[in-house]
Design a binder for this molecule. Sequence first.
Ligand code: ZN
Ligand code: ZN
Length: 839
Amino acid sequence: MPRSPVTTGALILLALAAPLAAANRQPVFEIDRSDAADDDRQRGVTQIMAMTEDQMLALVPESGGIFFTECPNCETDAQDYGNFTWTASKPRQLQCRGCDIIYPNEQYPANQTLTVEAPHDGELRFDYYTRPDGFRIFFDARADYFAREFMEKRARQLAESYHLTGDEQHARRAALILLRFAEVYPGYPYIFDYPFKQTIIYPYNNPHIPDMIPYRISHFSWWAHMDISQDLLAVYDLLREYAPLSDMAGGDARRMIERDLLGHMTRWVISIADNYSNMSPGMWRDFINAGNVLDQPDYVLEGLERVERFVETSFHYDGTWCQPTFSYDRQVASALSHVRDALSRYQPPADTDAETAARIRRGAQRVTRTVDQQFETLYNATLPNGMYPPVNDTWAHDRDKHNDFNGAMLLPAMRLAVLRAGDDDEQVYAWLNNTGAGHHHDDPLDIGLFAFGRELLRDIGYTHTGWRMWPNATMSHNTVVVDGIRALTDEPVQRTRLFYTDGHAFHIAQADDDGAYPATRRYRRTVALVGDQATGAYLIDVFEVRGGSQHDYLLHGSAAEDSTAVVAGATLSPFAGTLMNKGVTFELPSSEQERGSPGEPYGFVRELRSGAVESDVTWDMRLDAEPTIGVRTHLVRPTDATVYTGIAPRIRQAERRDALLADFMAPFFCLRREGDDLRTTFIAVHEPVSGEPRIESVTASVDGDRVVVHVDDVTFTLTDGSWRFARGGETLQLGGEGNAWSGVVNTFDRTDTGGWFDVADHIDEDASLSALLIALPDDTVRAYNVTRIEPRDGGTRLHVKEDPAMRIADGKIALVSCPQRTIEGEALRYTVYAATRSQ
Ligand SMILES: [Zn+2]
Ligand SMILES: [Zn+2]
């Protein structure tokens, strides 16, 4: 147990009521008045009031404690921390829930000691047990960690109870605990407390542990992101009107609490070089709350400055967080909403100058706009069951609210196009995903399909299993694998080429990613959703690939449940070989860090069968639990190809249970074409099915860049820059002669709600436009959603939903949103298409 020879327990307490001018302000911290919180508070207060003051104060530890402490007696630890119980009645004891063993004990003796310097010539002692491999385990410091959290929480409950009931006994107990923390906290050591690594402990006066990641040295919790105690800040906040506090500790109590405890904590965390990660906003909220409670505007301004920089540089220009995953976007939105709330509660001192006050107001507005936009996007993007499209590292089990918006949408910076029609059980939702980098999968131009309340064409999403090689691999996605290896995801060459919705029954997206493979000159997918609801709807899918000597068009069964697929159009027989290239070997990975060689993930596919294409191929995938529901894919080209089927992992259900990974599989389908310098146009139509399939006939032809697809009485014609959809006498022409504009951008700017681009062409204000494409001098393309067309003298102003997020200066264009980049040249060129209908 950490012990200090300096006795600081005897407090000089003067409880003489010296009424202060009651600071007439609302508490910064709100009190949770739910029934559960009320009950919990009642129990907590009763427990503390049953102790003597000395018993209570003895529970405040003299170190923040150590979190990552395993049970060496069993294997029930998660991430190197044991599943222990701790109680205030036996505060030096831990019991393992996994094996019931109680520490300390003679089997695992903590018979060695590490000492560090403490204030006033004292020392702190940390007893530990040494595992046979030399790893040190600090049971006693783990107990301190429990005790510290326990006392923070109880102090807050007491202060809340005082605020609610006016019971001064509760205030006194809360004040005593707070003061005790103020006495011991300056002596707390700095600890490197990290899973699977030796704990390092430095004394109170030396936070400089060499070669450590910032924030992984802690002075209170287990990492510095959490080192400003919100509970203790709340205690001080709620005791504002408790007059006797001012007389405690010989009249020194407030100074000790403000300077030695809460101020010290805040200054410590502020002093660390910020990495502006998804963990940072929570800490900035703490700066703002500390500044608010302690009347320290500098802390508030520090938090504000950092959040402003974060909002400017750590988001895509479409307002999503920098990494292409909804789960992390949601986490950041939630953390930023706490910053927003903290700013909204901030009450600047009366003498705050007007400029600073205005700056705080503006900052708060900017954060609010960012958060509102994030949540709007998140709620718009959810599927009818509340899940996000599980692209990249998005958890499939996350659920969120859904807005009323059920239309198609383009997230142009994340490069995710959502094609959607219908409501609830009749909603059909498809996506074309072309997102790089960071928390991404190697999945360029992957598609997904959801209908009749079920995931049909899937993405596995985020997982933490030993087989993570598979969900991250190109081969586990509904895309095209070239030359049997993983695709690259290079953001600057991922281009949106078209996004258009008629707002009703026709939605189309086209994107290319020529850099997906070293061998490809073209790697382009066009998907069009036709239909106003799931029943009768279908997704036309044209995938053009040029270059390489092997093209594999892949489809996968549901990741959520058992499914079965039936293939027609090829006679399949068992295939003893592998889909892997010659010389590639496969070994099941044992940890989620292993990603394998570029072609290795094909080794996950089992029970292979194969057969040459004999006629048009259909792949009919049905859910085992409800076989009337599924997807039927008609693949009409190419015909000189080989079909392979098999089963491959679907991973999700084995999360945290690696032993079950092999039990959860999904049907796998591959249409493979081989030859020298291949040019392949895969043409498929995916029909969500509930009951009997409806499509009777799919045919297609390819002539150079001209592709024609017939689905029953509908004809879809695609050429470079023109898309035509015809049914009976009705046509919808998108792009092509008279429906396309391109040229230079004269000027552009951002606004509070997005931005605009001025172009020289006259575009009719009622035109039905596609997304605006802005080409930069290095041939990268950024898309923007047009919200309004404003005719102006000498041209047109195209108002867009997104921030242009560019600055031009000195012959260069700086992209200011994430990812930042500077491009030589100043010329921006634009392209936009209109749709016209005729009958
Ligand atoms: Zn155990
Ligand atoms: Zn994926």
